[in-house]
Design a protein around this ligand. Sequence first.
Ligand code: DLL
Length: 433
Amino acid sequence: MIYDIEYETMPREALESIQLRRLQATVSRVYATVPFYRKKFENAGIGPGDVNSLDDLQKLPFTNKQDLRDNYPFGMFAVPMDNVVRIHASSGTTGKPTVVGYTSRDINTWAELMARALAAGGATRGDIIHNAYGYGLFTGGLGIHYGAEKLGASVIPVSGGNTKRQVLIMKDFGPTILTSTPSYALHLAEAAEDMGVSFKDLKFKFGVFGAEPWSENMRREMEEKLNLTAVDIYGLSEVIGPGVSIECHEAKAGLHIAEDHFIAEIIDPGTGEVLPYGKTGELVLTSITKEAFPVIRYRTRDITSLNPEPCICGRTMTRMNKISGRTDDMLIIRGVNVFPSQIESVLMEIEGVEPHYQLEIDRKDNLDTLTVRVEVSQDTFSDAVKGLQRFEETIAREIKELLGISAIVKLAEPKSIARSEGKAARVIDRRSI
Ligand code: DLL
């Protein structure tokens, strides 16, 4: 079902004229109300009057995470606090959190976007949504929640954690849509199995998974284990939260960006040059309808490419490909660039390997070592030691062949790698230089 048929299927020309109008209004507003933007624009020698076409967006300076930190906590807000009705923050792994604010119109915009997103992911008014994204400063829980209500579905605000109780709820309430991080969904599946509950007997039809990267191979694994159709949802607090883009369940081939609210660009992360459709680089997003916390050319550090081809679902909005990594989580191991998602992809191709893994990077005598700890199924694990050794070597060989890096593979006992209730921590980098 297409929730907002008028906007989601709008012809390009009409969409672009709306984008330009909204961009101009946003630029004028941030110039007038946020000293940070005024200063940046002035330094670049441009003013609101210089944005006369969508191409002129390229004249505007980028905004990055450090800028938000420098203006911590509320320095980037474009409205007085009187008009702010909600605050969220992203914890991040280092430094201060990034704080974002919403007016009541922003909350409504976000709910609309999330209603659209859930509908694209297969949800309807008649569905019961088991929402296991964390509620709190993280945007996942409340973002999905408001969208589910706007759509008219029934939402179970179960949040993350208390996994056994979640399994009981899944069994007794019969939810039809699961929303959570992909790693927590797998954890739920495992907990259910331990409790003698099979996902095959549950009522889930669709899962809307995001907030962390997951590969196509992981999708296959999840669809089978969870007995549902898995779609990818993307977003980030700085831009609004979940709902920036969503896969349609019909195609599951790229995430439709809500382009009537955000303008997407792909840049070369090294030079900042804007790249054409199809080229892979860093995603840059500009919000064009937000009031409290507009962002101009925000560098997401997420790596993807854009695809303007029409989609079988009827939506005209440009699609972004699944995020393949972040500019800051690219591992350089003995000079070879590799993203955790690539290793995941290789692992998920191998029979007997479970979707739970951790990458440990050390530096010994100035040499980097990569250890891949990966769980295997109970059957495999009960094999003779020799068999296990051979299996480790096979996996290491696959990694070497496909990615060109040598790894030490260590098979881990089923359920020995820590499970997460939110975003999984897959990389432990012990190199301190
Ligand atoms: O993770 C918002 C969200 C909640 C999205 C629920 C989807 C579902 P942050 O905590 O600010 O916001 O983290 C944003 O998470 O820049 C990406 O690196 C990563 N990320 C989010 N969605 C995906 C995805 C929420 N579908 C950061 N695939 C982003 C890969 C994702 N990475």
